[in-house]
Design a protein around this ligand. Structure first.
Ligand code: DTR
Length: 348
């Protein structure tokens, strides 16, 4: 009897909240709604910023569907590793997988355009640009998937055992990057190695590599500052992340759940970018300076111009290669620059 009267009230409340611009919640769960369980895999530890993103998403989904959807997270590569993430989602090992398209530019050719040296100011701007581009261009590389959210790191920095302040210092240095960062290091004259992030600490320890080029929070989140005491203040390219779900699995979800997931895609890109830009990287740098005497180096103006000149042709080369494959690379880059400049005004 009571619930009968309460229900219309609740509906009015939900509608009012959505009209007020608050995030919408699902219509209240019906008695015959079957609980939905989703497994969500990530290849790196829960404490890293993509791991925190995963936990936050899971919490929000549960909250906004009023418990109808329960998400079980598997960070740290416990269900799927960096290299088998996307195939694992296709074959049903996990319902959702958070991987890095930057690790496999051949499989995600258009996405790799976001990891070119195009001078994104920060992760938030790059993340929103990436997500918008994917929604607008709908590249075939995500054909079997539904995109849950996307985001990027800040532009990567060279973090090394020995100081780097010139091209001369970099010559032949064994530096690791995500696949999309390899051509950058090559153009600058280093000896690049492509390798997923979780392998980096051991590879530094055993001397397989002399450092890495990626976002700077890894100094703390992967304890790299214990071995890498030098960072070069020269922002290079971002690394992309994409959380995806198998399309068939997605199609089977109730509309009200789909709506909540769609609404969260953009919110998560902003949430993750802001956490990474405003807190995560800064805290790591402060910690590394205090605990491990981290040294920050800068390039002279003349040297900066030389580095920029070496990287500039990469954009043209990429465009030609992608156009030859029949991809709309020139249009993609034009739109990328528009979105980058637009979001840069909003997210400094
Ligand atoms: N995809 C990484 C970038 C990276 C930066 N921070 C983290 C944290 C957890 C996993 C990956 C990353 C790279 O390979 O550079």
């Amino acid at each position: 009897m009571k619930t009968k009267h309460l229900k219309p009230l609740l509906v009015v409340f939900v509608v009012a909240v959505s009209l007020l611009g608050g995030s919408s919640v699902c219509p209240p769960a019906e008695a015959n709604d079957k609980p939905i369980k989703l497994t969500y895999a990530f290849f790196a530890p829960a404490g890293t910023f993509p791991g925190k993103q995963m936990a936050h998403w899971a919490e929000e989904i549960e909250k906004r569907t009023e418990g109808l959807v329960k998400v079980q997270t598997f960070p740290g590569g416990t269900l799927l590793g960096a290299r088998d993430m996307y195939d694992g989602v296709s074959s049903g090992v996990a319902d959702i997988g958070l991987g890095s398209p930057s690790y496999d530019p051949g499989r995600f050719p258009l996405t790799s355009g976001v990891a070119l040296p195009v001078k994104f100011p920060n992760a938030t701007v790059a993340s929103l640009t990436l997500l918008d581009l994917m929604m607008e261009f709908k590249p075939a590389e995500y054909e079997p998937f539904k995109i849950i959210t996307m985001f990027t790191t800040e532009p990567g920095h060279i973090q090394s055992r020995d100081p780097v302040a010139s091209l001369e210092d970099l010559k032949g240095m064994k530096l690791r990057a995500a696949g999309t960062g390899v051509p950058v290091l090559k153009a600058l004259g280093a000896a690049p190695v492509g390798m997923p992030m979780p392998q980096v600490p051991e590879s530094v320890q055993t001397g397989v590599i002399d450092g890495t080029m990626t976002s700077r929070e890894v100094l703390k989140d992967f304890k790299l500052a214990e071995m890498l005491h030098h960072v070069l203040e020269y922002p290079t390219v971002v690394v992309t992340f994409a959380a995806v779900m198998d399309k068939k699995k997605w199609d089977a979800l109730p509309d009200k759940v789909k709506k909540v997931i769609d609404e969260l895609a953009r919110e998560m890109a902003i949430w993750t970018g802001q956490y990474h830009d405003k807190q995560n990287v800064g805290e790591a740098l402060a910690w590394a300076k205090k605990e491990h005497d981290l040294q920050i180096h800068t390039l002279s103006e003349e040297e900066t111009a030389k580095w920029d000149a070496l990287l500039a042709p990469m954009v043209q080369t990429w465009t030609e290669e992608m156009e030859a494959k029949g991809l709309p690379a020139a249009k993609f880059l034009e739109r990328l620059r528009q979105l980058r400049d637009q979001y840069a005004q909003e997210y400094q």
